[in-house]
Design a protein around this ligand. Structure first.
Ligand SMILES: Cc1ncc(COP(=O)(O)O)c(C=O)c1O
Length: 225
């Protein structure tokens, strides 16, 4: 990827929106290039809305500062067409406080994921998320595959869990090449792996507030299904 970017003089943008505190071969998500983190409420840490860009490239940093504040290079002087993407002081205070808890939140997510993986591994037809050795996954989502070898479809399993009071989600039901925005690109029928993923993925609860009792309830529901 880095080679392609340097060949064409492109900035490499790393989508680290779900990866606060994750490591890839020992290196932090968001430190490979220009990183983007989301602070949306469901994320590993939040400021209510908004996010953060990380970069060690001074030109990109300067450009981001410009774009975030209506393209103003100095007060009331607009150099480019920008946005209002300023973080409020109130949001920043929430974020600083969340940052202090991030490691504990992540460790709780990792513990919950490890419990769930122990359960899923014992059930034919369900596949736990794959964690690449040497990486640290921080489980913004804990997404399993409900393969055709399982007794019911993904949607049937989802309904079954929801009937037992267990919230779960599909991330995501429409693959990107089927999004109306991209339909004119012409990939409608020829990305079978993406389509299978959209049919089979199911995200189970993994958030840091889960209790052991909650996890056992999820385990029982999966085994009964
Ligand atoms: C991987 C990924 N990238 C980007 C985004 C967008 O983040 P935001 O809604 O904060 O702009 C999300 C949000 O869910 C995400 O999960």
């Amino acid at each position: 990827m880095e080679d392609i970017c340097s060949l064409h003089n492109l900035a490499l943008i790393e989508d680290a929106c779900q990866a606060h505190g994750a490591l890839h071969h020992g290196k932090r998500a968001g430190s490979f290039a220009t990183g983007c983190f989301s602070f949306y409420p469901t994320k590993n840490m939040t400021t209510g809305e908004g996010g953060m860009i990380t970069t060690s490239n001074e030109d990109i940093a300067q450009q981001c500062r410009l774009l975030r504040n209506h393209g103003q290079s100095e007060r009331y002087c607009h150099t480019v067409l920008g946005y209002n993407a300023r973080m409020t002081e109130i949001a920043a205070i929430i974020g600083l406080s969340q940052l202090e808890h991030l490691e504990a939140f992540n460790q709780a997510r990792i513990r919950n994921a490890s419990f769930l993986t122990g359960v899923i591994k014992g059930i034919d037809g369900l596949l736990p998320p794959r964690v690449i050795p040497g990486n640290r996954h921080v489980f913004h989502q804990y997404t399993i595959r409900v393969t055709p070898a399982f007794k019911m479809s993904r949607d049937e399993l989802k309904s079954c869990l929801e009937a037992g009071g267990i919230g779960c989600g599909v991330h995501y039901p429409i693959p990107i090449h089927h999004q109306p925005l991209f339909k004119d690109l012409g990939y409608q029928d020829n990305l079978p792996i993406s389509e299978a993923a959209a049919r089979e993925v199911l995200s189970l609860p993994v958030h840091p507030s889960l209790t052991l009792e909650d996890l056992e309830t999820i385990a029982e529901a999966l085994k009964n299904a």
